[in-house]
Each structure stands twice: as structure tokens, then as C-alpha cells.
Write a protein that binds this ligand. Structure first.
Ligand SMILES: *[C@@H]1O[C@H](CO)[C@@H](O)[C@H](O)[C@H]1NC(C)=O
Ligand SMILES: *[C@@H]1O[C@H](CO)[C@@H](O)[C@H](O)[C@H]1NC(C)=O
Ligand SMILES: *[C@@H]1O[C@H](CO)[C@@H](O)[C@H](O)[C@H]1NC(C)=O
Length: 354
């Protein structure tokens, strides 16, 4: 009963905040523009030659129409819920998706690519879109937006839009700590974090120089708690891998300092560090408070290590109800987790843009 009451209170508070905020939200945020990796890719990878794909069942089985869009989830991803929460729309389309055009992108677009990282070497691992290329696409987008809306209104959209950056996990898990790893032979982990934080800094500066003002730089989740990492943690009874979680905390500290510094340096910028770590950790430590039953294993396939093509339609082990699981595949949260995290990020960090 106590649990139920907590959820009810939490739910009511979130609804009240939402209702109070709606009128100003709609006036102030014309678009949500997204950069990053699979946490925020809505299907760009369907249009490039890579194996980092999810445009097949059971991905998307809880999406509108049961449609597998290329989102690495059973349904919507966090940025979709953020756009909804800001009163804009239900989903943010992928820039390369030919089913959409500039009329759709004018209120929100994602340039993200599953498998990418801050580091160019990370995007090379799975031949996906490097982060610098996402910025090139953003420049193309600006031209299209000016042609579509007229320069004055396009400028206003570019200035007032909320920009979301969500990337970094792959640099560590798919690149630095993978086998073999060129980066591990070149850099200590401290040096590598410096390299990544330096790239994050130039990325934000470039984005600012292109007109962005309201920017959210996302931190790392407790990446040692992803089912894939827990499965391989044989010596540690399949608990979360503490060294990866500590690394996430350490890197988040750097990003947080970077945000303080850039807020002083960049004229007119409103940069926030959106830290998902503690809220996500709370879900993993107290799943029942949120209605979850399983945290260690993912819903899809055996839940131990499958993602992408290994999460095939015919796998008989895929769970019937993803809402009971924190993770959808061995690396990505379920729609329900995405929804909770999106609400949290809006209430805790993005409200500063409203
Ligand atoms: C975008 O596509 C819709 C139909 O899907 C069409 O009505 C609209 O004219 C298109 N807009 C542009 C700018 O091409
Ligand atoms: C990544 O590659 C691009 C294009 O080759 C280059 O401009 C950029 O400097 C590289 N970034 C880093 C940090 O090496
Ligand atoms: C739009 O923004 C660009 C770049 O900041 C500026 O050069 C241009 O004068 C602006 N145009 C209008 C119509 O406001």
C-alpha cells in the first residue's frame, strides 16, 4: 500500500507540474533538436549501411501501430516523451527518414545514430554517423528550415529550440573497453576521458556558434548496470559492474564542470548538465516503487546479451510484458523506463528553458 501511495503522489505531483507549465511551454519552445547515439536515434541508421539496426520486430511492438522504426526500444524513446512533455508532439522523427520532410522537422528532429560516440574511432567500430557529421546535417537542416519558414522565423526557431545531446556510453563500452581496442593502447582511461571531454567542449561551442542557446548536455547512466555488463560480471555475482559505474560518475563530474565553465564563456547560452545517473540508479535499486519486476535481465530474447539482430522476431524467450522490465534489450531501456526518465529530466533540468 505504501508503494502504491508513493506512486500516486509522484504521479499527481508530476501531473500538477505539467498542467501549470503547459501554456508557457508552448509559447517558448518551438522545436527539440537532438544529437547523439542509440539512446536518442529514431531510425537514422536504417538509411546507412551498418549492422547497428533495430527496424524489425520485436523492436517497436508497443510503438503506435506496432511499427519498428529503428528506435532501440519496444516503444518510444526518452526524447519522444520530452517533446510530448514540452507540448510539441508525440515523437521526434529521424532526419534521414524519407517518410518525413522539413514540415515535420521544423518542430523537432534527431540527427542521432546508434553506435556513435564523441570519438571518431567509436563511430568507425560499427560504421555509423560520427558526431561531427551530425553537426553537418544540422547545418543542412538550417538551410532547409530557412527555405521553409523564411529566414526570420527560422532564426527564431534556431534560437528558441531546445537542443539535446545524449552520447558517450559507446566510447567506453563499445570502444575503449572492447577487444581489441586501439584507444586502450593509446590512452590511459584518464587521458581518454580528457579527450572525450575536449570533444564535448568543441561540440557545444560549435553548436553555439551555429545559433543554439538552450542546450542540454546529457550525462552517462549507471552503465555498469546494463544487463550485458551484469551478465559478463561472473566474478561479481552478476551485480552491477562497479568500475563502470564509478567511471560514469567520474566522467559526469567532468561534464558538469565543463557546463559551469561554458556557461561563463559562451554569450547568451543556457547550458544544463542533465544527469540521469541517480534517478536511473534509483529505478534499479527500488524497481517495485515504479512497478518493475526485473532489472538484471532484459525483456528481449534471453535478456542476457542480445541487442539488434540478436533480438530477432522468432526468439521464443522474449518477455510478454515489457512494462515489468527496466531494460528492453541488453543495452537499452524499455519504453516505460524512457518515459520515467524523460519526465524526470524535464522536471529536474529542462524546466530551465521554459
Ligand atoms: C511534407 O509532406 C507532406 C505530406 O506528407 C506534404 O503535405 C507537405 O507539402 C510536405 N512539405 C514540404 C515542405 O515538402
Ligand atoms: C573527427 O573527424 C573529423 C573529420 O575527419 C575531423 O574534422 C575531426 O577533427 C575529428 N575529430 C577528432 C577529435 O579527432
Ligand atoms: C538570421 O541569422 C543570421 C545569423 O545569425 C543573421 O546573419 C541574419 O541577419 C538573420 N536574419 C534575419 C532575417 O533575422
Amino acid at each position: 500500500m505504501a508503494t502504491h501511495a508513493n506512486i500516486m503522489i509522484w504521479f499527481l505531483v508530476s501531473q500538477v507540474v505539467f498542467l501549470v507549465m503547459v501554456p508557457r511551454i508552448e509559447a517558448k519552445v518551438p522545436a527539440v533538436i537532438v544529437f547523439g547515439d542509440s539512446s536518442v536515434d529514431a531510425g537514422n541508421n536504417n538509411f546507412i549501411p551498418t549492422v547497428a539496426r533495430s527496424n524489425f520486430q520485436p523492436y517497436g511492438r508497443d510503438f503506435a501501430g506496432g511499427h519498428a522504426t529503428g528506435r532501440f526500444s519496444n516503444g518510444r524513446i526518452a526524447t519522444d516523451f520530452i517533446a510530448q512533455r514540452l507540448g510539441i508532439k508525440q515523437t521526434i522523427p529521424a532526419y534521414l527518414d524519407t517518410a518525413y520532410n522539413i514540415s515535420d522537422f521544423a518542430t523537432g528532429v534527431t540527427f542521432a545514430s546508434a553506435g556513435t560516440g564523441y570519438d571518431n574511432v567509436t563511430s568507425d567500430v560499427l560504421s555509423v554517423i560520427p558526431l561531427w557529421k551530425e553537426l553537418d546535417y544540422f547545418q543542412d537542416y538550417q538551410k532547409e528550415l530557412k527555405a521553409h519558414l523564411g529566414e526570420k522565423q527560422a532564426n527564431q526557431t534556431i534560437t528558441e529550440a531546445v537542443y539535446i545531446i545524449s552520447v558517450g556510453t559507446n566510447d567506453f563500452l563499445e570502444n575503449y573497453y572492447a577487444f581489441p581496442s586501439r584507444r586502450r593502447s593509446e590512452f590511459t582511461i584518464t587521458q581518454y576521458q580528457d579527450l572525450l571531454a575536449g570533444i564535448a567542449e568543441s561540440f557545444v561551442k560549435k553548436l553555439h556558434s551555429l545559433g543554439a542557446r538552450k542546450i542540454s548536455l546529457g550525462g552517462l547512466p549507471p552503465m555498469g548496470c546494463m544487463p550485458l555488463e551484469r551478465t559478463t560480471n561472473m566474478m561479481g555475482q552478476h551485480l552491477c559492474v562497479e568500475s563502470y559505474n564509478n567511471l560514469a560518475l567520474e566522467f559526469n563530474g567532468r561534464l558538469s564542470n565543463l557546463v559551469v565553465k561554458l556557461n561563463k564563456q559562451l554569450p547568451g547560452v543556457k547550458l544544463v548538465f542533465s544527469n540521469p545517473y541517480y534517478a536511473f540508479m534509483h529505478i534499479i535499486l527500488k524497481p517495485a516503487l515504479y512497478g518493475f519486476e526485473v532489472t538484471q535481465l532484459a525483456c528481449c530474447a534471453t535478456g542476457m546479451f542480445e541487442m539488434g539482430y540478436a533480438c530477432g522476431r522468432t526468439n521464443p524467450f522474449t518477455c510478454p510484458n515489457a512494462d515489468k522490465y527496466v531494460f528492453w534489450d541488453a543495452f537499452h531501456p524499455t519504453e516505460k523506463t524512457n518515459h520515467i526518465m524523460a519526465d524526470y529530466v524535464v522536471k529536474k533540468f529542462l524546466y530551465k528553458f521554459l
